[in-house]
Ligand binder design. Structure first.
Ligand SMILES: Nc1ncnc2c1ncn2[C@@H]1O[C@H](COP(=O)(O)OP(=O)(O)OP(=O)(O)O)[C@@H](O)[C@H]1O
Ligand SMILES: [Mg+2]
Length: 392
């Protein structure tokens, strides 16, 4: 199956360099590869020392580079969708206009829709996505879910009956996709967003890789973003610790830096023990040009199956349990006292820290109530029972 790899991490930690190294390795393995930048501050052209245009360009055998310009693809590829959306806003009553208008980053959705389109065209076996720093990536990734949630709230699309559910839950509730020809335009856009989320959350297709450096601030943010990515049920299946100083530096200046790095490398290894971890040395020069990037390929990636998509098992699911159902959500590093939970008519809402997610309930569960919840072994288990119940 063709795959998508999304590289994320705090600003300046080496996301673009590491993503580029994977692209070179992938092309070298004979796989048709696209390295695409979804960061507005593109720098793939700089890394490969090549001026890039508005469409993908071949830089070496099996490797194309592409810096997405959302404005351009909005006009070229999605003008119909844009037209629907503006009609929809004109037709909608005031409350819906406010609802949609409140959502930030509306344009960014087009970068993701474009990546999904490229994936479905099957021109590439591997699509490697270089992202903007963590905060922006997280909002980018959760945006399709947020937008479809708003649409479902404000427009009469309930009859479409599609709700985003993890594949296991989908099978359990026998959810079927609706017939596209019978749908109206709003329903079609809604379905496109649901399909986009499914693509990004499909563990057989999409991998999220986090890049970090061994320093306190970065380690903390890395753990936080791992938790949020899990809150949204994304498949994080690799960690890169970049800029590791060589242990044999003969210079007192680095003594305490070596200690600091050692401490945080250990900390990252403990925190991410569930997945493959790659350690990348700090090189004596900037990583500019294909030759420099190849150093990461040769020193770290070669001989390891970094692109074979080790699937980490499903982390979020609804299960039948006794007379009721149970929703399990994996929340690594969450603290029990900071988890909030409440039930809205069609969703269950989980809050952790200042992040919140509305998880859609399968239609069948709408007549069920939350009967209790517990947080154990980094897993939040929510029990649903028929009729009335009380939240714990
Ligand atoms: N292991 C390394 N050794 C030496 N220089 C490195 C290493 N990793 C990255 N760099 C350099 O650090 C700078 C930042 O790297 P890069 O652009 O890959 O980070 P980024 O996470 O993509 O940044 P941004 O958040 O701005 O997109 C670049 O100049 C790059 O060449
Ligand atoms: Mg970058």
């Amino acid at each position: 199956m063709n795959r998508i790899y999304i590289f994320t991490g705090k600003g300046g930690v080496g996301k673009s360099s590491v993503a580029a190294a994977h692209a070179i390795k992938s092309a070298g393995e004979g796989k048709r590869t696209l390295l695409v930048s979804a960061d507005m501050a593109h720098n793939l052209g700089d890394i490969f020392e090549k001026r890039l245009g508005k469409e993908p360009e071949t830089v070496m055998h099996n490797l194309d580079l592409y810096e997405i310009d959302p404005e351009y693809i909005m006009q070229e590829d999605f003008s119909a969708v844009m037209r629907y959306l503006s009609n929809l806003l004109l037709d909608a009553d005031e409350s819906s206009v406010q609802g949609i208008g409140m959502i930030p980053g509306m344009e960014e959705i087009f970068s993701l829709l474009k990546i999904a389109d490229i994936y479905h065209k099957e021109c590439y076996e591997r699509i490697i996505v270089d992202c903007a720093p963590t905060g922006e990536t997280l909002s980018l990734l959760k945006f399709p879910e947020l937008l479809s949630w708003y649409m479902e709230k404000f427009f009469p699309i309930g009859k479409v009956g599609v709700r985003l559910l993890a594949p296991i839950s989908k099978a359990a509730f026998q959810v079927e996709m609706p017939n596209k020809t019978a749908m109206n335009d709003i329903e079609k856009i809604f379905l496109k967003l649901v399909e986009l989320q499914e693509l990004l959350k499909n563990r057989d297709i999409t991998s999220i890789r986090i890049v970090a450096i061994p320093e306190k601030m970065v380690v903390e943010e890395t753990k936080r973003s791992y938790m949020y990515l899990n809150l949204y049920n994304f498949n994080v299946d690799g960690l890169y610790i970049n800029r590791i100083l060589p242990a044999d530096i003969d210079n007192d200046f680095f003594d305490s830096w070596l200690m600091i790095q050692k401490e945080y490398v250990t900390c990252l290894k403990e925190s991410f023990s569930a997945m493959p971890i790659y350690e990348i040395p700090w090189y004596e020069e900037e990583l500019k040009g294909e030759k420099a990037i190849r150093r990461i390929v040769e020193n770290v990636l070669d001989g390891r199956e970094v692109l074979d998509g080790k699937v980490i098992t499903e982390r979020e699911c609804f299960k039948q349990s006794g007379d009721g159902y149970q929703l399990e959500v994996f929340l690594p590093y969450a603290e029990k006292e900071n988890i909030g939970l409440y039930q809205a008519s069609t969703d269950i809402v989980i809050k952790t820290g200042n992040f919140k997610r509305n998880i859609p309930l399968p239609n069948l569960l709408r007549s069920y109530m939350v009967a209790g919840a517990k947080f154990e072994d980094e897993k939040l288990c929510i029990r649903f029972e028929k009729g009335s119940g009380e939240n714990e």
